[in-house]
Design a protein around this ligand. Structure first.
Ligand SMILES: CC(=O)SCCNC(=O)CCNC(=O)[C@H](O)C(C)(C)COP(=O)(O)OP(=O)(O)OC[C@H]1O[C@@H](n2cnc3c(N)ncnc32)[C@H](O)[C@@H]1OP(=O)(O)O
Length: 409
């Protein structure tokens, strides 16, 4: 039997043990029962695909059912994860088969116009039409070298375990989510995944801790963090590892960061999910000492191109014709006229002369408003066919807030 003939099928609940063993191995993680259990809670067998070779599972990919906030809208989006092919079967086209079938399934279900993922390596997914759509800043903050303005309003911080404060955190998250491109919906199981804190993954740091903020109007922010003890020849040298900060207003945002940066005995604060337009850059008195490092984020695939382009909103009026190429999903190829603005959008096939030419991969990259069409044009990926059409389209695809995903899924 050649690899092209190996059976590819929808998973069953009983497949999870083998899928889990495959993924632990591929991602170079020692098996950990606690992680296995929490991953099982979010795994969706009916949306998982496996390739088998005899009794072995040698390939896997799953699409999780979650919503994603995009500019001006909250959309159903296939959250693709757990992609892997056994080292014994790599580079023989199994991933290609899994991706094609997954797109077909998503298209057939007709519910999700886009798919989204975190890529283990940037080289893997552009060939399948995924564009690099959001980036993030990883911060290593020199806590004693940055100052924040003093508090100006009455407020209160309440600390507890994540389990104790889950209801409060869920409330804040769901209130903020509709206006935060890159945030994914979290049901009870996803919160369990986000808060899962297996000792095997703590890397010598403490358990996860939570703090919520209450301002004059009540609950309006929270942070999740852990810390790692450290002593140097000159004294205390602990680190605070912040995993999430969410705040509904500037008072809560400043108060949470004042708390995190002021924890006694700590000298560094690490945070890996800052947006490229992170407000902290403008709050502290020494942004250089935030120790910013540019890093990756979400990759977006327009599975149903007209459905996706008409589902988001645009920062300014746009009326543009794209000539799109999409070798993997030819249904998306051809000329599309997009007319939209801040309150509505429509995208339809047209025979009109095109203004811009690009791949579906480039519209995926631009979709969340984090990668500009102008930058893609400078990189030679988007071509301006009608002079003057690029800048208004590029402005329209932007948004008032840059996308950032608060968690790796
Ligand atoms: C959303 C997520 O889950 S991200 C996690 C992705 N998984 C991992 O990184 C785990 C370790 N790696 C793997 O499991 C596998 O190597 C995979 C899944 C990345 C690739 O699976 P394969 O079955 O080997 O891929 P497949 O044979 O279909 O390759 C298709 C093409 O992509 C290329 N390709 C695949 N993986 C890579 C890679 N890691 N780097 C560069 N090119 C790659 C292949 O060379 C091939 O190119 P070609 O068509 O020009 O010959």
């Amino acid at each position: 039997m050649t690899d092209a003939d190996l059976p590819l099928r929808q998973a069953t609940p009983d497949d999870f043990a083998k899928v889990s063993a495959l993924l632990f191995g591929l991602f170079h993680r020692a098996f950990d029962p606690a992680t296995h259990d929490v991953e099982r809670r979010v795994w969706e067998p009916e949306r998982a695909l496996v390739v088998t070779d005899g009794d072995d599972i040698v390939g896997h990919a799953v699409a999780m059912t979650r919503d994603l906030t995009v500019p001006g809208a909250v959309l159903a989006a296939a959250h693709v994860t757990g992609v892997g092919v056994a080292p014994t079967h790599r580079r023989r086209g199994l991933l290609t088969r899994l991706m094609r079938r997954q797109f077909q399934d998503v298209r057939d279900a007709g519910r999700e116009p886009i798919a989204v993922l975190w890529a283990s390596e940037g080289r893997i997914y552009p060939r399948f039409g995924y564009g690099f759509a959001s980036a993030r800043l990883e911060l290593t903050i020199d806590a004693r070298e940055v100052g924040l303005p003093a508090a100006t309003a009455a407020h209160q911080l309440r600390a507890g375990t994540p389990a104790d404060l889950l209801a409060e955190m869920t409330k804040v998250y769901d209130t903020l989510r509709p206006d935060r491109p890159g945030w994914s919906s979290r049901d009870e199981d996803w919160w369990a995944q986000v808060l899962a804190d297996p000792p095997a993954q703590r890397r010598d740091a403490t358990e996860l801790r939570a703090v919520v903020h209450e301002g004059e109007g009540g609950l309006d922010g929270y942070a999740l963090w852990r810390s790692k003890s450290g002593w140097s020849a000159t004294g205390p040298d602990a680190e605070v590892h912040v995993t999430e900060v969410a705040a509904a207003d500037p008072v809560a945002y400043a108060a949470l960061w004042r708390f995190l940066l002021g924890i006694d005995l700590a000298r560094r604060v690490r945070y890996s999910f800052a947006a490229l337009d992170e407000p902290l850059l403008h709050l502290v008195n020494e942004p250089q000492r935030l120790g910013t490092h540019y890093s990756d984020g979400l990759w977006v695939r327009l599975v149903d191109l007209p459905g996706a382009l008409s589902a988001r909103r645009y920062a300014s009026p746009v009326d543009v014709v794209f000539e799109v190429s999409d070798p993997i999903l030819p249904e998306n190829s051809g000329r599309w006229r997009l007319v939209g603005g801040t309150d509505r959008a429509a995208c339809e096939r047209t025979s009109a002369e095109p203004d811009l030419a690009c791949g579906a991969v480039d519209l995926g990259a631009a979709y969340l408003g984090g990668t500009s069409l102008a930058a893609l044009a400078t990189a030679g990926r988007v071509r301006e066919l009608r002079p003057g059409s690029l800048l208004p389209a590029s402005t329209a695809f932007g948004w008032h807030r840059l996308p950032v995903a608060p968690e790796v899924f």
